[in-house]
Design a protein around this ligand. Structure first.
Ligand code: NAP
Length: 251
């Protein structure tokens, strides 16, 4: 059993973030469940507390400096100084480049890049003081390029650069920074894509699985397991890395 810490997971109302929050709670950490709307965090918090864990619901838009400052202060006051951060909050606004609007671009870059930067800047102060920290950024196989995702693939590739730079800057304080790049994970995000392209959800998953070496799509727990490793004491010499969790070398 690893030492108990305070973790923040953004976008933890559902999907990968919810599974990650539950997993970190099982690992013995107190978990701040952060999402746009505090009420939407209730299910995740209830599941954690039912299992005997300690969780706090926090509403915050990660792309807002004021909201992030307030959220991190509240977590520190209620749970204690946060020393584990999982930058998971995400949105998609897919379109071919000639149809992509300024708003689609700004929204996706704002949540993933600005949001992860703001959260990392606010929490690193606590990690430096504790002389220990773990930051895990959610990238994506889309970082390698994906049709219809100029905004999203740029953000996810940018997060890999942010990961490496933060690893270099913060390493001296025993803070590691790593990125996980998931392939296809069955969540509301991929379900919404299936709906948009007009393919039944079951068929969409079957088609995706056929092109994945392990012949299945991913589950939120597949990502939570990788986060658990990066957040653990045992991963202290692994930093600035990007691990593709995609059922194969790429999706
Ligand atoms: P999801 O089911 O759509 O969950 C994302 C969560 O983030 C939602 O609860 C959403 O809240 C929240 N969120 C959005 N904007 C936010 C903001 N500004 N501030 C705070 N929270 C915000 O997505 P997911 O599939 O679990 O994905 C989680 C992460 O993994 C994302 O970064 C995604 O890009 C990445 N990823 C996913 C896949 C995949 O196949 N699913 C693959 C690669 C990478 P609302 O519901 O209120 O919008």
């Amino acid at each position: 059993m690893s030492e108990s810490r305070v973790a923040i997971v953004t976008g933890a109302a559902r999907g990968i973030g919810a599974a990650t929050a539950q997993r970190l709670a099982k690992d013995g950490h107190a978990v701040a469940v952060v999402d746009l709307n505090e009420d939407s965090c209730a299910d995740t918090v209830t599941r954690i507390t039912k299992d005997g864990g300690n969780a706090l619901a926090v509403g915050a838009d990660v792309s807002s400096t004021e909201a992030v400052t307030a959220a991190v202060e509240r977590v520190a006051d209620v749970l204690g100084p946060p020393t584990i951060l999982v930058n998971n909050a995400g949105v998609t606004r897919d379109n071919l480049v000639f149809k992509m609007t300024d708003e689609d671009w700004d929204m996706v870059i704002g949540v993933h890049l600005r949001g992860s930067f703001l959260m990392a800047r606010a929490t690193q102060a606590h990690m430096v003081k504790a002389d220990w920290g773990r930051i895990v950024n959610l990238s994506s196989t889309s970082a390698l390029g994906n049709r219809g995702q100029t905004n999203y693939s740029t953000a996810k590739a940018g997060l890999q650069g942010m990961t490496k730079t933060l690893a270099i800057e913060l390493g001296r304080y025993n803070i590691t920074v790593n990125a996980i790049a998931p392939g296809f994970i069955a969540t509301e995000m991929t379900k919404a894509t299936a709906e948009r392209v007009g393919v039944a959800w079951e068929d969409y998953q079957k088609n995706a699985a056929a092109n994945i070496p392990v012949r299945r799509v991913g589950k939120p727990d597949d990502i939570a397991n990788a986060v658990s490793f990066f957040a653990s004491e045992d991963s202290g010499f692994v930093s600035g890395q990007v691990i593709y969790v995609a059922g194969g070398p790429k999706a």
